[in-house]
Design a protein around this ligand. Structure first.
Ligand SMILES: C=CC1=C(C)c2cc3[nH]c(cc4nc(cc5[nH]c(cc1n2)c(C)c5CCC(=O)O)C(CCC(=O)O)=C4C)c(C)c3C=C
Ligand SMILES: [Fe+2]
Ligand SMILES: [Fe+2]
Length: 368
């Protein structure tokens, strides 16, 4: 039996249709130990995420982690869960809708805009298969991770490439690898911080801006993963946009998992050290998360605050992620449009399929 799916021949020669697919990590279905166990099993079984030989990792994952972590993580998720569901999913859905609206208003009326999750639902293969069945022949994948890491962006691309191997009439595929230094993304982050300063006062000498990024194991940097460098680049550009002196901000890494060394300096001990050094106020922003989620709302906004205040700090602010900011959605739309460049417009594709001139096809209502 051929492993390749059979596909409707009637579609051959149909005009090209493009789908932009935002990709995020995924999140549990509910803040319960059972849902967390399902989610963590899939997530932590990914060899891109835990790079320990299977023979060593499987007994630890199945014998220890999946019997202890789900209950603890479920409690944390419960503190940030919303009536509409997990914040990560809520923001991803809203960002998708807003991006579609903005691209539509810019004239891309025939462009499909959707999202998929690397772990959980809607999965990457199921989403791509559905969009292909709906007539999409070109895919632009846009992971919602500004900084590339093998444990996030690469594993999302792997999932799409694996799905491609099952298709017979393969669609075209492009990926937005990372956007850590995109001027629109940096400007939206800087604008969010300036607005926060307008509401809460401007920095003085007893103040630090902490830019906290999700960590990864330290050995991944030694093996050539560009994640650390891309985080540093975002941090430097953001500081430049805000005209901050080097002593006014710090770049740190949060969410350490397991016993190995991760990228340093770690966020929580830095917060404690700053408080002990007499820094009165910290504002924390997490530029690596374009939407608020467990890692920002619980670990930074709740736990980080308690760490800083318990160590003697006086004032702590978490600056929200970009979420549905208009300038961020505009930046995302511009990133997408730049990637679509070079793919023939819908008019040109329609014209080829219909044997018409592009102008005539446009007159008949064909759009990108
Ligand atoms: C922003 C980029 C991220 C990188 C890089 C990343 C690496 C990474 N993460 C783990 C382990 C866990 N991460 C968890 C949650 C989580 N991680 C990211 C993003 C990155 N992870 C996000 C957006 C989230 C939040 C998801 C949500 O539902 O809101 C978790 C699950 C939560 C928990 O039990 O603590 C784990 C586990 C590793 C091992 C890793 C790199 C190797
Ligand atoms: Fe993570
Ligand atoms: Fe965490």
């Amino acid at each position: 039996m051929s492993p390749f799916l059979s596909e409707p021949a009637w579609r051959h020669g149909a005009p090209a249709r493009t789908a932009v697919v935002l990709i995020n990590l995924g999140t549990p279905e509910a803040p319960t130990p059972a849902a967390l166990k399902t989610y963590l099993r899939e997530f932590l079984s990914d060899p891109r995420v835990v790079e320990i030989p299977r023979a060593v990792w499987w007994p630890i994952l199945n014998g220890v982690i999946l019997n202890t972590r789900p209950a603890k993580s479920a409690e944390k998720y419960a503190t940030v869960w919303t009536p509409e569901g997990s914040p990560l999913k809520v923001h991803t859905e809203r960002q998708t809708k807003l991006l579609k609206g903005r691209l539509g208003a810019a004239g891309h009326r025939n462009l499909v805009v959707d999202y998929a999750m690397r772990y959980g639902q809607p999965s990457i293969p199921a989403t791509l298969a559905r969009l292909k069945a709906e007539g999409c022949t070109r895919f632009l994948l846009v992971p919602l991770y500004p900084q590339y890491a093998a444990s996030t962006s690469a594993t999302a691309f792997d999932a799409a490439y694996r799905w491609l191997t099952t298709t017979r009439n393969q669609p075209e595929l492009r990926v937005l690898r990372s956007f850590c230094d995109d001027p629109g993304y940096i400007a939206a982050l800087a604008a969010g911080i300036r607005e926060h300063w307008m509401r809460n006062g401007r920095p003085d000498d007893g103040y630090r801006l902490l830019m906290s990024f999700h960590g990864v194991p330290r050995f991944t940097l030694d093996k050539g993963d560009p994640y650390h460098c891309e985080c540093q680049k975002t941090g430097r550009l953001l500081a430049e946009a805000l005209a901050l002196r080097p002593d006014q901000y710090r770049i740190t890494f949060q969410s350490r998992f397991g016993r190995a060394e991760w990228l340093q300096p770690y966020t929580a001990p830095t917060l404690q050290a700053l408080a002990r050094e007499g820094v009165r106020r910290v504002d924390v922003i997490c530029p690596g998360f374009v939407g608020d989620c467990l890692e920002t709302l619980e670990e930074i906004a709740i736990e980080g605050k308690s760490d800083f205040l318990a160590a003697g700090g006086k004032e702590y602010h978490y600056i929200p992620a970009l979420n549905e900011r208009d300038d961020w959605i505009a930046a995302l739309a511009a990133l997408v449009e730049a990637q679509l460049g070079g793919w023939p417009t819908r008019e040109a594709a329609d014209a080829t399929a219909l044997g018409l001139s592009a102008t005539r096809a446009k007159a008949l209502g064909a759009t990108v």
